[in-house]
Design a protein. Structure first.
Lengths: 498, 498
């Protein structure tokens, strides 16, 4: 796999950087799960120090020279070229941002996250405003340092989704938004899917639900000798090593589909990293191709598998075993509960149809802010207007409007589109899987998840980040990213159109 | 506290090394508690890489020069001198051992640990012999590289117990061993303390016992916002940061005093690191003075507090609450159960009286092996003969004799004496505490653990490793290390002599 002398030397030296990131991942996991409160301050220092150290090792003159030397080497195989591409990209990004700017963003985001939490609680946008202004300003500076052809937002988007541009995302939403709105109108006026369900208010026993979650991800094939399921305030997946990929969930105490689908979602993320070719371990290729492609995996399992009728069928006996109140609901009724369609003000509550409208709104607004076309002052009004146009509902306060998401306060601008890319690619993968394996409902009903896992492994997972996301999709799915499959999937599921 | 310009620069740079050791500590904790099995290989690589990186940063030319510069600076205060002393010592040790030798010992110990486990199971000394021979040889090389005046064992002992020498340890055992044997003979032939107890075979519910352990360390003052109690195959304490010191215990399912006293033991270790002066955080002084002084703290809480009659009194209601079978035993009976005296072949089963005889045996044998006076071939026979002489019992097989401890297989030679140093210093601290605070039994009965914690903090804890262990003991307890207090304590407790 890795034969080239220079690449081998690069990988040897990279192992130290990998080890630091291994430690940083474990520290993140611990922060969110088991660390006693008192540990915060020392942990923050250690994380900052180790991040700086990793950056130093990456930008070390002799290491950079090695990577540049490899860049012009002939006869490298795909994996070797992948290593050089990923590292060269990391070096380019790290080098182009002055340390001062990195520091200022980290510092501002640290403060902003606290202020945002407070502001959301108090429904006070004015409180958060100066921080968001600063973040937009700093991120705009990032864009200038990184460079771009068409739109400053391109530079930021590229950080999360290599080579993805505003024109690509515009094209996706250009098709997706009008079609989605049409589907939504029909579903809302129809009878097939409810807009609420009595199971939403049903309380569950936390330990019983933990057993359900464990049984479900075991059924899907989560390998417990290479993972764990713990509890954290926000569910996440973390790759500590290729054979140690942990997931978390949370228990709200009611509306059990929330924790169930959060757990399946994280399983999807975890499976990706668990199925990367083992020979890529401890290399720069031992992670997903991009955030969007990663999200396609979590969404595939959460929505396409998890919210299918067949899945409700096979879930029913598991739920019966652990949750008393479930007995009087059949699989069809569970399916309806899992697929409530309801325009909601809150993104994380959104169903499969409305979700991308929430993303579109955020994408448009952050794009305009970065371009200097929208002042932070005018943001709440714009938010509310767009929400009304897209979903027909209007926030009554900032907390359920512009202040609902953590992303901007954490300094992330350009991240949101990766959610929709994930949804779009998940539907493409569904189409590709059905062409290869046959009817997905049948596979799910027969619990042939090993076949499904194997298919995803061969198609997407095993490559890690050997290829750019666009290349991977073209090469493995046979065409570029294409929202038609998502539209088709939504029509077939929600309108019974084929 | 730290005013000197050069020392401040040293501490600034040291923070990166501290951060690596913070990460390594978390990794150790995770390894023993929550890591999925599959993570072993990548974790080992990451640990090795980060250890090498920390060594590199410590031995970095400009860092070493800085420390050497500080060594000759005038007017440093005690803390500043402590920083320079500890770092200079670390640099000296790391520099004097060739990397090849470090690597060979780590490799040999890694293999030997596996083989030892197997050999102990199979009662096969021949299987382990070549590994132990190799370890003795490598440790002898260590001694030559480190240098010594009188005895090669001095160099190894110094690694665990700064400035401690064979002549010091010989002097301690010279007094302790004959006195201990006399006490033992009297106790065994007397009626006050039993040589077995029916509670030893009593099974407990693991979750109930977990509640007992938590309640007990809460009573002693373990701060849950700066620590955790988890389960691991071998109980340990790990300092991740000054405000994050975690302990573990284990549950065998019967003989509840085992898990109870293991937990109290680890609490004692943890309290030491939790009570170091906060201003020493992230510096080389943020740890105990030595292994021996550390053990004095765990032994103080486990034995002097935990195995006292007063403690049995205050423990009784806690045990009553959680363990059904305890109701018919009064505090006096619990006290007898906690203080069974019985010559036993296994060190970790030993009581307060016989424990140091086990250590003496190991100390003598490893000292002779390092000096080349005892061949590994002759070790089992020597072991058995000494065991018979000291305790009057003889192992019937290797597993309950020479193969019982993990230490040698892990490459540790010179470690054992720190256990006895701990016991000796604990008794000195007991004497010092009584002179300051009054009768300890009364303090315990009145649950004035805050007073006791405060006393230990002022006397020992807060200084971290500012002073050498010998200096700390002299300065804070008013005299050098002295086994008379341990002898007096044992006589007063077990023979009712005052």
């Amino acid at each position: 796999m890795f034969e080239d002398r220079v690449v081998k030397e690069i990988l040897e030296r990279y192992r130290t950087i990998w080890s630091i990131s291994h430690a940083l991942s474990l520290m993140s996991w611990d922060n969110e799960t088991y660390m006693p409160r008192g540990g915060v301050e020392e942990r923050s220092t250690a994380r900052a120090e180790l991040s700086v150290l990793a950056r130093k090792l990456l930008l070390d003159k002799s290491f950079v020279e090695l990577v540049e030397k490899a860049l012009h080497r002939e006869g490298l195989n795909d994996y070797e070229r992948g290593v050089v591409r990923v590292l060269h990209r990391q070096i380019r990004i790290q080098k182009s941002i002055p340390e001062r700017l990195v520091f200022e963003l980290v510092k501002t985001a640290g403060e902003a996250s606290h202020v945002w939490r407070e502001a959301r609680k108090k429904n006070d946008f004015q409180m958060f405003k100066p921080y968001l202004e600063k973040i937009v300003k700093l991120r705009r500076e990032y864009a200038e340092h990184l460079g771009y052809d068409d739109h400053p937002y391109d530079a930021l988007l590229d950080l999360y989704e290599e080579d993805m541009r505003v024109r690509d995302v515009d094209a996706i939403f250009g098709k997706l938004v009008p079609e989605t709105r049409k589907i939504l109108e029909k579903v809302v006026s129809g009878e097939l899917f409810p807009d609420k369900h009595e199971l939403e208010s049903m309380e569950y026993d936390r330990e019983a639900m933990d057993r359900v979650n464990r049984e479900v991800v075991t059924l899907l094939g989560y390998p417990w000798d290479r993972g764990r399921l713990d509890v954290s305030p926000h569910p996440f997946t973390i790759t500590i090593g290729m054979k140690d990929v942990r997931i978390t969930t949370r228990y709200e105490g009611r509306d059990f589909r929330r924790t169930l689908f959060a757990t399946i979602h994280e399983f999807g993320h975890a499976l990706y990293n668990l199925q990367i070719d083992e020979r890529l371990k401890m290399t720069p290729l031992a992670s997903g191709a991009s955030l969007g492609v990663h999200e396609s995996q979590s969404r595939f399992w959460e929505n396409i598998v998890g919210r299918s009728l067949s899945f409700a069928e096979i879930l029913k006996p598991i739920l019966d075993k652990h949750l008393d109140f479930i007995k009087r609901y059949d699989a069809q009724e569970l399916y309806r509960y899992f697929n409530i369609v309801r325009p909601d003000l809150i993104r994380v509550e959104a169903d499969e149809i409305t979700y991308n409208l929430h993303i579109y709104l955020r994408y448009e607004l952050e794009k305009q802010m970065i371009a200097g076309e929208l002042a932070v002052d005018d943001l709440p009004e714009q938010w509310n207007d767009m929400m009304e146009k897209l979903l027909g509902i209007k926030p009554k306060n900032y907390s359920e409007g512009v202040l609902q998401d953590i992303h901007w306060s954490g300094g992330s601008i350009g991240y949101f589109p990766t959610y929709t890319i994930g949804n779009v690619v998940a539907a493409q993968i569904r189409n590709h899987a059905e062409n290869t394996l046959g009817d997905l409902e049948k596979i799910i009903l027969e619990k042939k998840f090993d076949e499904l896992r194997e298919h995803l492994k061969e198609t997407i997972h095993k490559w890690g980040s050997t290829y750019k996301p666009k290349e991977l999709i073209q090469k493995q799915l046979g065409e570029p990213i294409n929202p038609e499959y998502l539209i088709k999937y939504l029509k077939s599921k929600y309108l019974k159109e084929s």
